[in-house]
Design a protein around this ligand. Structure first.
Ligand SMILES: [Zn+2]
Ligand SMILES: [Zn+2]
Length: 433
């Protein structure tokens, strides 16, 4: 079975690190990632159907893997060899189209649920290296189950979320990253009179803008974006103002009537935004977040960081709340106001109010993707065989006018054959019953 696979080969990792540092996304060309013919993965237990990817997105964390730039933090919660791909829309034989909730929490591991998994907060699962499958924080980082960059892999039934027919495959492949953005914004819960700044307007930054504007309607949203197409999308998704990253401090100063103090790399505002979402995760973006966040404001770290040298004095001095946002689970939005549809009518039971039970991030993401047709952010797709080009395109998405790059398996003959065989097997099983 065709699959892209990452093996643990120290010499290649070293080469990929070097290549990736010079040209992001080019680690793939030195062999950390290979196109291979793998056996179809065995089911690790009951309730693990073989599923067949239609589209599988390329995420920033995948690029870091390919360039061997991922933090050593992940080592105990990844198992080699693995097939990447955690943003996936699949065909499930006999069931139809599903999106994958990629986190491998207690249920897929056949363990009694930990306190987080009891709440449905799979992103906070405490058992990522235990149970019936190999260590792996998510599908796409676990050797037992395969991953989305292939023609088939194993998914636990608890990971599969139904997709309404009204969504295209492109919409559906955006659900997983949208769930991450929803989760990040729900960490800050911006109030209707608060100012939000989003730093970075790649996939996650744009989705955070959409989530903030749709779920919370904060008083004002400013987006620091590098490229013209990113600015256009940010405005379309509800941003009030967009600017270049280097003008962010000046723009927020004007908005908030605060004063610029310090100079050069040390300049910051006396006041600033109430909430800053850092969708980049670099030392520069984090320092810029601190510079424009008001005293006692909140900074949400949505972009995956890694080892970073950052001056934490502002965090201390201004009592800024810095919170990470990983994956998704169940959100308690605590919106002050119900979200209106475009025509202004108030939506029904779908909108949680303060104090009510939470909603699964994936369900919120499905709504958001459908309302804004977020499949439009899929800029290009590639067959698995052109993976080097695909990864380069993903790494250079911004300058090339793109947002999300994905693998497209829909025309793959091997996939078609395996899917048909699985469906026939299912029918034969049913006939025997
Ligand atoms: Zn991701
Ligand atoms: Zn758990």
């Amino acid at each position: 079975m065709k699959a892209l696979v990452v093996r643990r080969r120290p010499s290649r990792f070293a080469a990929a690190k070097l290549a990736g540092a010079l040209v992001p996304g080019s680690g793939a060309s030195v062999g950390v990632l290979e196109l291979d013919d793998l056996p179809v993965p065995d089911a690790p237990g009951s309730g693990w159907p073989l599923v067949f990817p239609r589209l599988a997105g390329i995420c920033g964390s995948d690029l870091q893997t390919v360039d061997a730039a991922a933090s050593e933090w992940f080592e105990p919660i990844v198992s080699f060899p693995f097939v990447p791909g955690h943003e996936v829309v699949v065909d499930v034989p006999g069931e139809g189209r599903r999106v994958l909730e990629a986190v491998l929490g207690c249920l897929p591991r056949d363990l009694p649920p930990c306190p987080a998994c009891v709440r449905g907060d799979v992103g906070a699962c405490q058992n990522l290296e235990r149970g019936s499958v190999e260590p792996g924080l998510q599908t796409g980082f676990c050797s037992s189950v395969g991953g989305g960059w292939s023609v088939a892999f194993r998914a636990h039934t608890s990971q599969l979320v139904a997709v309404p027919d009204t969504l295209s495959d492109e919409d559906a492949v955006m659900v997983e990253p949208t769930a991450c953005a929803v989760h990040a914004v729900a960490k800050a819960r911006p109030a209707p009179d608060e100012r939000v700044v989003v730093i970075g307007a790649g996939t996650l930054g744009l989705l955070a803008v959409a989530a903030a504007c749709r779920l919370y309607r904060p008083g004002h949203v400013t987006v620091a974006a590098r490229y013209a197409h990113q600015k256009r999308w940010a405005l379309e998704f509800g941003a009030d103002e967009v600017c270049d990253p280097q003008s962010l401090v000046r723009v927020v100063r004007r908005q908030t009537g605060s004063v610029l103090v310090g100079s050069g790399g040390r300049s910051r505002l006396t006041s600033g935004a109430d909430v800053v979402v850092d969708a980049v995760g670099s030392p520069e973006s984090l320092e810029s977040a601190f510079a424009v966040c008001r005293p006692r404001g909140r900074v949400v770290l949505l972009g995956m960081p890694g080892r970073a040298r950052v001056d934490l004095t502002p965090l201390w001095h201004r009592e800024i709340t810095l919170v990470g946002a990983y994956a998704y689970g169940v959100e308690h939005l605590a919106t002050a106001e119900p979200v209106s549809e475009e025509n202004g009518s108030v939506r029904g039971e779908a909108e949680p109010r303060r104090g009510e039970g939470g909603r699964r991030s994936f369900d919120l993401a499905l709504d958001l993707v459908g309302e804004l047709r977020l499949g439009r952010l899929v800029s290009a797709t590639y067959p698995l065989s052109r993976f080097r080009e695909a990864l380069r395109h993903a790494a250079e998405a911004g300058p090339r006018g793109a947002v999300k790059i994905a693998f497209d398996m829909r025309d793959d003959r091997e996939r078609e054959r395996l899917l048909r065989a699985a469906e026939e097997g299912l029918r034969a099983e049913e006939a025997l019953r």
